[in-house]
Design a protein around this ligand. Structure first.
Ligand SMILES: *[C@@H]1O[C@H](CO)[C@@H](O)[C@H](O)[C@H]1NC(C)=O
Ligand SMILES: *[C@@H]1O[C@H](CO)[C@@H](O)[C@H](O)[C@H]1NC(C)=O
Ligand SMILES: *[C@@H]1O[C@H](CO)[C@@H](O)[C@H](O)[C@H]1NC(C)=O
Length: 799
């Protein structure tokens, strides 16, 4: 009360000096707000010095300027000024430091007006209050230590001490609080980052911020601070594996998924958006695989060939939105498929191969390659069965082609060797190659005559140069190794070189006669013909050609007895007592021909007494036909013809003198005369012949020596040249009975004697041999020879 009175005085004094208003005096009161209704602010009657009765008499009342709210009223009985309406300082004055409520006390009769100033005192009736219930703050995790974040301030309706005096922050590990005072004393606070944030560790932090005032009791208000830690790209993507491995068969179709790589990024949003890519990959590899940048799927983009690249190793990168990158390795192993057939290479080949190579000779080298691997690369090589070759495995897929047997060009001259190669893949692949091999000729076959021996038949007196026969030899060898050349082998026929008899055409094998053959000299002979090929060295074979000469009736019968020469005057004695049928004599004749041509028949052509003698047609035996009678002439003459059986037949005749007598002496003188005469004549002929032969022989020797001397400077003539050197013409071979070609004279003689006669009671005076042999001598007896000798004889001639 004292206080209010004091104030009243001061105001009254002030008003007094101002003195312009009809106011009688002001009173001031100081009064806390929010007092209950009826609470006494002060005794206004007393303070104004008014009587209590006056108040009610003068209708004292409280009024306001502008008809405002009447916060207080006057108790007329007591004079107390009491609270009428709630006085809220904050509502009336807000933050003003002094809050004065102006009321007026009105007294009527006379009107009296007193101002009442009620100074409203603040009480701590308001708590500090934040604007929002919660504060949401976003802080990037990358924020540095000591970074500040403004939190704003709390409001408190009260003023002074009752207003916000400070803040406190709930205990936490990241933040602390910094409280500042604004001009005007208002306090606000900042959040200070004390320890760096990690979004990946803690995404959100919730703290309670408390604001408190200085009233008593103290009041406070809180707000929840939600700190959201914003992501910073502080995490690189992390691959789920450091090495991704995949296995893939080759030849996979395009777009097949191989593997999916994945990486995660602990960051958020853009910072965790991963882009995959190949890193530092050669163009080739990246053409083969594609990597989806978002999904991480690795797919085939090109041809995958194990034989080209069997494994791929690539760096892949994962990059997040702001460019942090990490790497991993992608290994793709390609597995082999059996997609390559073996390939056969012929490394060398001896072609042609000589047919005489020994079994086991290497003729070629084969190499087989397969690009695949492991089993797909294991190759087996073979050749067909029916050839004399085999493959011998050698080092490292090399094979030798060797012969297994003897080759024979004449049987098989070409081989097509098919080499097959098969790998062990599944399914296996194979390939083949055909090698042509020729067999080269070796002169391993001699010419072979078509027949083991040849026979040629020719009739005598043939023309020189006529064809006898032809021989053929075959040689299966090749070209000159199989070219056959025929030739005569040197030899002798009857002492003369065989080339004087026949010649052979070297190319055709036709054998020609070089001379005319005489059956009576040579009935047959053999020549050796050689067939030789042209190889080096040459091979040859020999064949015998037998030439058989057949007879032509070119020889007249030759009468041996009665001989025309020497004994021509020999007569036969016929005893007078001879009976009919007794053998008187015999005509002996021979014919150089053979067979029919030498089959002789005997006929009496004329006779002195035709009825007395007869001759046996075949044996030539002359017999009496009847008994000799006295009337028969002593001299009997017979002319006998001997004919052969040839076509046409040739004949010879002779005379036979028969003397019918018993007395030998009658006959002898006649015979001797003629014999001596003839003998001396013959001797002189022999001398002449001997001299001429000797002369000829000497001349011949000289010629031979001369020819020899000349020949030394000339090459020898081939033995098979068709040069025939005529030799001495051989005498007739009279009786080649045993076929040996040599005359056995005694046999010959006897033969005719014994075969022709039934009795052998004859004695020939001279032998046939004396005159006709030796055979070498050219003593061909022509009819004229005989004619000269027996000039006076009649009727003996050859026809
Ligand atoms: C080998 O093959 C060739 C050509 O294909 C063919 O002309 C020839 O007759 C064949 N030879 C053999 C012996 O099969
Ligand atoms: C003939 O055979 C010989 C070996 O005896 C050989 O050297 C030659 O080449 C062959 N001639 C031909 C034409 O084949
Ligand atoms: C053929 O005869 C000649 C001469 O006698 C001889 O040298 C050669 O060896 C013979 N050839 C044969 C195959 O018998």
């Amino acid at each position: 009360m004292a206080y209010s009175t004091f104030l009243l005085h001061i105001y009254g004094l002030a008003l007094f000096f101002l003195g312009s208003h009809p106011v009688n005096g002001d009173v001031s009161y100081s009064f806390p707000e929010e007092m209950k209704r009826g609470s006494v602010i002060g005794n206004i009657a007393k303070d104004l010095g008014l009587d209590l009765g006056v108040l009610s008499a003068r209708n004292a009342r409280i009024d306001t300027e502008d008809n405002g709210v009447k916060y207080c009223s006057v108790n007329l009985n007591t004079g107390d000024l009491v609270v009428q309406e709630r006085i809220d300082r904050e509502g009336l004055c807000a933050k003003k430091a002094s809050c004065v409520l102006k009321q007026e006390l009105v007294l009527e009769n006379p009107l009296e007006l007193h101002r009442i100033n009620i100074r409203v005192q603040d009480i701590n009736d308001n708590s500090p209050q934040f604007k929002e219930d919660s504060l949401v703050i976003e802080i990037r995790e990358s924020a540095d230590k000591d970074a500040r974040f403004l939190l704003g301030e709390a409001h408190d309706g009260d003023i002074g001490e009752n207003a916000v005096q400070g803040y406190s922050l709930q205990q936490n590990e990241h933040f602390k609080l910094n409280v500042n005072t604004k001009a005007g004393g208002r306090k606000y606070c900042e959040l200070v980052l004390d320890k760096e944030l990690d979004r990946e560790d803690k995404k959100e932090i919730t703290m309670l911020l408390t604001a408190f005032d200085g009233g008593s009791p103290q009041r406070s208000g809180t707000v929840v601070i939600h700190v959201t830690v914003l992501d910073a790209n502080d995490n690189a993507p992390v691959f789920s594996q450091t090495v991704f491995e995949a296995t893939l068969p080759e030849n996979c179709p395009i777009d097949i998924l191989v593997i999916t790589v994945s990486a995660t990024d602990a960051d958020d949003g853009l910072n965790s958006e991963i882009t995959y890519a190949f890193d530092h990959v050669s163009d080739e590899d990246s053409n083969v695989f594609s990597l989806h940048p978002k999904t991480g799927e690795v797919r085939i983009a090109g041809a995958v060939d194990y034989e080209k690249v069997s494994s791929y190793e690539m760096q892949i990168s994962a990059k997040d939105g702001l460019g942090l990158v990490s790497y991993a390795t992608l290994i793709i192993e390609i597995t082999d498929l059996n997609d390559n057939a073996p390939v056969i290479y012929l490394k060398s080949l001896s072609n042609p191969i000589p047919e005489n190579v020994s079994p086991g000779t290497e003729v070629g080298i084969v190499n087989v390659q397969d690009k695949d691997s492991e089993n797909n690369k294991q190759v087996h090589c073979s050749i067909q069965q029916n050839v004399p070759f085999k493959l011998v495995p050698s080092i490292k897929n090399y094979y030798s082609l060797v012969t297994t047997g003897q080759l024979d060009r004449e049987l098989v001259s070409d081989y097509n060797i098919t080499i097959s190669a098969t790998d062990e893949g599944s399914p296996p692949l194979s390939s083949s190659k055909t090698v042509q091999l020729s067999v080269a000729d070796i002169n391993d076959n001699p010419p072979v005559f078509e027949e083991q021996s040849y026979s040629a038949y020719v009739t005598e007196n043939n023309k020189p140069g006529s064809t006898l026969c032809s021989v053929t030899a075959r040689d299966p060898d090749w070209r000159q190794n199989g070219t056959v050349i025929y030739s005569l082998l040197p030899g002798e026929v009857n002492g003369a070189p065989v080339s004087s008899y026949v010649s052979v055409n070297g190319d055709t094998g036709v054998i020609h006669a070089v001379r005319s053959f005489d059956y009576e000299q040579l009935r047959n002979f053999k020549v050796q013909v050689m067939a030789r090929d042209n190889g080096s060295p040459p091979l040859s074979s020999n064949v015998t050609v037998s030439v058989f000469i057949s007879d032509v009736n070119d020889n007249s019968p030759q009468i041996l007895y009665p001989a025309l020469e020497g004994n021509s005057f020999m007569t036969e004695l016929v005893p007078k007592a001879a009976h009919g049928g007794s053998l008187v004599s015999k005509v002996i004749a021979v014919d150089a021909d053979s067979g029919q041509n030498a089959w002789l028949s005997y006929h009496i052509v004329t006779s002195t007494d035709p009825g007395l003698f007869s001759i046996d047609v075949h044996s030539g035996e002359i017999r009496t036909q009847r008994d000799i009678s006295e009337s028969d002439s002593m001299k009997q003459n017979l002319i006998v013809a001997v004919k052969d059986n040839g076509q046409p037949s040739l004949s010879a005749t002779c005379s036979m003198y028969l003397i019918i007598s018993d007395n030998l002496a009658e006959v002898t003188e006649l015979k001797d005369i003629s014999y001596d005469e003839k003998n001396s004549k013959l001797t002189s002929y022999l001398i002449i012949a001997l001299v001429s032969v000797s002369t000829f022989f000497l001349t011949f020797i000289i010629i031979i020596l001369g020819v020899r001397f000349c020949r030394r400077r000339k090459p020898r003539l081939l033995f098979d040249g068709a040069v025939a050197i005529p030799s001495a013409y051989l005498p007739p071979n009279y009786a080649d009975v045993d076929g040996t070609g040599t005359l056995r004279s005694t046999y010959n003689y006897d033969a005719y004697l014994t075969t022709g006669s039934r009795t052998s009671d004859f004695k020939f005076v001279t032998s046939y041999n004396d005159n006709t042999l030796p055979a070498d001598q050219t003593l061909r007896k022509s009819p004229s020879d005989f004619a000269e000798v027996f000039g006076d004889l009649e009727g003996c001639s050859e026809v």
